[in-house]
Ligand binder design. Sequence first.
Ligand code: NAI
Length: 339
Amino acid sequence: MFTARHVFGAVQRRSFSASTRQASKVTVLGAAGGIGQPLSLLLKLNPRVSQLALYDIRLAPGVAADIGHINTKSEVRGYDPTPSGLGDALRGSDIVLIPAGVPRKPGMTRDDLFNTNASIVRDLAKAAAEHAPEANILIISNPVNSTVPITAEVFKARGVYNPKRLFGVTTLDVVRASRFISQLKNTDPANENITVVGGHSGATIVPLLSQSGYSLTGATLDEYVRRVQFGGDEVVQAKDGAGSATLSMAMAGARFAESLLKASQGQKNVIEPTFVDSPLYKDQGIEFFASNVELGPSGVEKIHPIGKITEYEQKLLDACLADLKGNIQKGVNFIKEKP
Ligand code: NAI
């Protein structure tokens, strides 16, 4: 007997094989790092990717040679920082993921990385604006709350800024929020999808648990929120000076890239939380904000409003907005001072 499940499966398979025929070049800048290597590996396993360009200031050709032996169809090339290397890696790219920069050590906040990572992201953004102005740009390098505005300013200065194509990758916050609630409630984490809004550091990370029908209270709720906001610190401490989240981040980055590829290849209702140029709090002078975003062939298709939240969540949001404004302004000021 032919059930609805069979039909759905057949349609899925057909649309998937049609979409995999479309060429998609994906570039990773910082591809030899702790995030860059497993992220590149996961992208090599994605049949929607036809070309994978790996760039780093060290070791990218080695990583490319290694990953290039995996028996999936995509072509992999590694690029060194030669005069043409970065441009060649970027040219023709549909998606550019940027995990280049330094990670945290114990005791550091993401903002402590600003001085080093701001100029790394600025320079890579300049190259992307020149060689891949129409690509989707996915910023992973921290502090995301500032590196995304930095990238926007670089693109604006060159007249190629498209707010629909710039994304701060906050997927890991949702991955963690979903995992942590499943540990508390003994549910399957794969079926959890907790909405997380705001930004990507400490108090700017705001999980909206009530929207998934959960009503934790008291210390359990406080502890849950704290764990989502500072989950990254658990990894930084456990790695004891050797870096921050890399493997879970690679998974989160690959998931976001996969969602963009699905959307650009025509799939509907692809929704991911991400830190984008957003109208939601512009009246309060906050130009960027993470919320659920529907993705489409042109990048951002629709920015979802926050929706109904509890009083407790509103307090978290108020604290988030105060911090976020400063983080964004810091990025904008950096480009004014050091264009
Ligand atoms: P890592 O130090 O292991 O790797 C960074 C890589 O960037 C290195 O291979 C380095 O050679 C490369 N690099 C440095 N300058 C470069 C340049 N100008 N051009 C190209 N490549 C360059 O660091 P890891 O652990 O991979 O973290 C990378 C960034 O991702 C950090 O800023 C970290 O804070 C951030 N991160 C973001 C998360 C998020 O949720 N958005 C989660 C975890 C980390």
